[in-house]
Design a protein around this ligand. Structure first.
Ligand SMILES: Nc1ncnc2c1ncn2[C@@H]1O[C@H](COP(=O)(O)OP(=O)(O)OP(=O)(O)O)[C@@H](O)[C@H]1O
Ligand SMILES: [Mg+2]
Length: 461
């Protein structure tokens, strides 16, 4: 089973059908176009991973078709088929970004091998452009807000790190919601490697064996399910950044291999025999006290010291003073615009309360509080009641952490967040009289997202 969609463009019908038959047998979905114009019309509907095209076609040439396909979606791999005498065309095609060329008369097994290679590359490109887009989208939404002395100091160091192309790994620490992910992405987008990949790996999500396959890739046959070889995230991050989020959760069994990859700048795929050179910058983040974990042998000391050569410690929000009202105003504007509300200000009592509150969920919590406040506000001024900071969880949290002390770092209760999300959806539905489209608009999410949530919470549907 190969999987993937292929478009074959050739005016020699018999040949095109033979290719289709052979590739379909190999598990591909294959369609045929008799000329370039027809192929172009099919692109949008078909979204092929790979296109095989003859160079010489009636009407528009295969080379011009290649140009158009590259404009349409550069992730599609285009393979050019050349008859005797059109080899120059093939060479030109490769210069213009064709994946490869193949000579006629065709050996169908060779066509299949080329299709497999082209498909793998195309899917990888699609993944990468997804990761890049994701990284860019997130940063475009907010800059890093904050002018408190503690934040200024860390941001200054982060800027230095971003300006250098070659640095040892950078470890970003801080409680949940303090902006570790945001800082990591900003280092990427503001430095010389901004056009290169930013691969974000959540180390919590996977057990060691799967994680190893994800990070380092594997060769065909490395384990029962490995029907094909796959490149790992280290290789996918080539030239850019690998962001190891929640790095403290990587199992001990894998930490040695990770250390070796970072120190030697090489990776070896699972089941592989060859070391591959990599040029990847490492960013890591954790909300745990990794130094302590290292002292108690819960995390490898050598790996900790390797990761923490450059340490960026993000302070909790309660230590950032004036950043609290600054961020509150920032989110007030953002959510007012998003939901089409005309909320302009936060009154003095509400501001005082926000300064005194310990913010166990830090900036993320503040953002949620402001979103909720804007959604349920009436009029142009936010008051204490809109903030609903005196929920049982909030009281418990303020008892646990003091406004000035180092704080316990108690993470926000995820259950509570889920509950809150559910309440918000229920209210939006009530307000829209059960109309899902309207409710989605009110919440600023797509209808599909709303449907997904409704299913998740077992609400209607
Ligand atoms: N200084 C800041 N200015 C503007 N937005 C911020 C700032 N810090 C954090 N945010 C926003 O707050 C949210 C939480 O930040 P982020 O996800 O980076 O936190 P984190 O430290 O990675 O949290 P976790 O440990 O839970 O993964 C994001 O939406 C981020 O854009
Ligand atoms: Mg994060």
């Amino acid at each position: 089973m190969s999987g993937g969609t292929i478009l074959v463009v050739d005016d020699e019908r018999t040949l095109a059908r033979a290719i289709r038959g052979y590739l379909a047998e190999a598990g591909y979905e294959v369609e045929v176009a008799g000329n370039a114009e027809q192929a172009l019309e099919m692109l949008d509907r078909l979204r092929p991973d790979v296109v095989f095209t003859d160079v010489r076609l009636p009407g528009m040439s295969g080379i011009d078709l290649l140009r158009k396909i590259r404009e349409f979606d550069a992730a599609i791999s285009v393979c050019v088929m050349t008859a005797f005498g059109t080899i120059e065309g093939a060479v030109e095609a490769v210069k213009l970004g064709a994946f490869d060329y193949i000579k006629k008369p065709l050996d169908l097994e060779e066509v299949r091998l080329l299709a497999d290679r082209a498909r793998e590359t195309s899917q990888l490109r699609q993944e990468l452009s997804y990761y890049r887009k994701k990284a860019a989208d997130d940063v475009a939404f907010t800059g890093i807000v904050g002018t408190s002395p503690v934040m200024k100091a860390v941001m200054e160091r982060a800027r230095q790190v971003a300006a250098l192309d070659e640095t040892p790994p950078v470890l970003i620490t801080g409680e949940t919601g303090t902006g570790k992910g945001l800082v990591a992405r900003t280092i990427h987008t503001s430095g010389a490697r901004k056009g290169r990949p930013f691969i974000d790996v959540n180390c919590t999500a996977l057990p060691a064996t799967l994680m190893e396959a994800e990070l380092f890739g594997y060769e065909r046959g490395a384990f029962t399910d490995a029907k094909e070889s796959k490149l790992g995230l280290f290789e996918a991050a080539e030239g850019g950044f690998l962001f190891l989020d929640e790095v403290g959760d990587i199992e001990l069994a894998l930490q040695g291999k990770l250390l070796r990859a970072i120190e030697d700048r090489t990776v070896r795929r699972v089941g592989g025999i060859r070391d591959r050179k990599i040029d990847v910058r490492i960013l890591a983040a954790t909300n745990r006290d990794l130094e302590r974990d290292a002292q108690h042998d819960r995390f490898r000391k050598d790996l900790y010291f390797r990761l923490a050569v450059i340490l960026l410690r993000l302070p909790p929000l309660r230590e950032r003073g004036d950043d609290i009202p600054l961020l509150a105003d920032h989110y007030l504007k953002h959510y007012s615009a998003k939901y089409g509300r005309d909320v302009r200000q936060i009154n003095a009592q509400a501001r005082d309360l926000m300064r005194a509150y310990p913010w166990p969920g830090n900036v993320r919590e503040l953002s949620h509080v402001m979103e909720r406040a804007v959604l349920w506000s009436q009029g142009d001024t936010l008051d204490v009641e809109h903030l609903s900071l005196s929920t049982p969880t909030a009281t418990a949290a303020s008892a646990a952490g003091s406004a000035t002390g180092p704080g316990t770092g108690a993470p926000a209760d995820p259950l509570d967040l889920t509950q809150w999300e559910r309440t918000l959806i229920e209210r939006a539905l009530a307000e829209s009289g059960g109309n899902q489209t309207k409710a989605a608009q009110l919440l600023g999410i797509t209808r599909d997202t709303l449907r997904y949530r409704l299913k998740k919470f077992g609400l209607g549907g």
